[in-house]
Design a protein around this ligand. Sequence first.
Ligand code: PEP
Ligand code: CO
Length: 442
Amino acid sequence: MNSLQAWRALPAAQQPEWPDAGAVQAAAAQLRTFPPLVFAGECDSLKARLADVAAGRAFFLQGGDCAETFNGVGADALRNKLRTILQMSVILTYAGSMPVVKVGRIAGQYAKPRSKPTEVRDGVELPAYRGDAVNGFPFTPEDRTPDPDRLVRMYHSSAATLNLARAFVVGGEADLRQVHAWNTDFVRDSPVGERYDRMARDIDRAISFMHACGADPAEFHSVDFYASHEALLLDYEEALTRIDSRTGLPYDTSGHFLWIGERTRQLDGAHLEFARHIRNPVGVKLGPTTTPQDALTLIERLDPDREPGRLTFITRMGAGRIRDALPELVEKVTASGASVAWVCDPMHGNTFEAPNGYKTRRFDDVLDEVEGFFEVHRALGTVPGGLHVELTGDEVTECVGGGHALAEADLVHRYETVCDPRLNRAQSLELAFLVAEMLHRP
Ligand code: PEP
Ligand code: CO
């Protein structure tokens, strides 16, 4: 057994109960014959940019669906999502006077950890939906039975999505003037647009000034964009791991950036063991029960050489916990001399069930957690490195609040997520303007 398979000897949380182990092996064997989705050199470039994030020279923005779906591979949804991320990034770049490192929860985010292995409806118990990479969302025995052929579909869906994303970000979609024009439209049409008008005008003047000076660098017409997902299904991730011919080192070529989730970050577990051996930049989600010793052990295991940009901690404490739970972690990690990128996920600690049964989040809680994140880092003199958000570019009704004051009764209109509730386009742009104010503040 080589080191890339060492995880197999350890307990792996949240793996599906595949009915036929042979079929999983067959799918993995097929995946091994496919070309890589991303290249090692791209992963290294992202790692270098994450080193900038850790040092406060760049801001990280990671966003996309909680769970992508095979049917959601359509061009419109992807374009709207990418536009939204690019629009947010222009606002944040201006406010922080820093480059923004743009990473999608895109082209691979097809597998979900679940709090319960089964779901019961009207007395019928079936396996829980674990993402399109594992089983189908409809509540039927056929759909819910894990099917390893889906691992192969995951690869093809990721490839199609990534292909389109790569084309979008070098085409007109990423043109700075165009992206800014969309932001201006948003500010004009938003019921609370007045609040953001000043910054939008400032950006307008900055762009006009540069053009008047004759500045029109290639960077204004295309952007770097990276793909990421939770490295949950280790059979898939192992099968996509390849040895880089330049360096002889292993990279998980399923995505540029992989993270380990809150439910699979056990110190003696398989996910950590797998992530140790790949050379991609990696993240770990840290919830409110994380102890400073957990964080230090994660650093020791995942980044023993203290490689700049290698490790990102994505904290997801909840608005009510962030101000108590984060300081000690940041203090102890900083005191250890390690340098990690600290990123705020203001979504996963703020989920609740509305009385009408919809799983939702309040825009104000999301914003409050980000505020708390900035407060803690400002007080400690450390770097609030970025944001990790669940969002879509469509006008869905999944999170309550925001400028349109979406109410719980509105959730029924366009609740389309198959997993967690996402910020819609307007809520995402508003969040960017409000975080921009935080970045701008001395
Ligand atoms: C997620 O990012 O969708 C997720 C499941 O997060 P966490 O691991 O932080 O709960
Ligand atoms: Co989620």
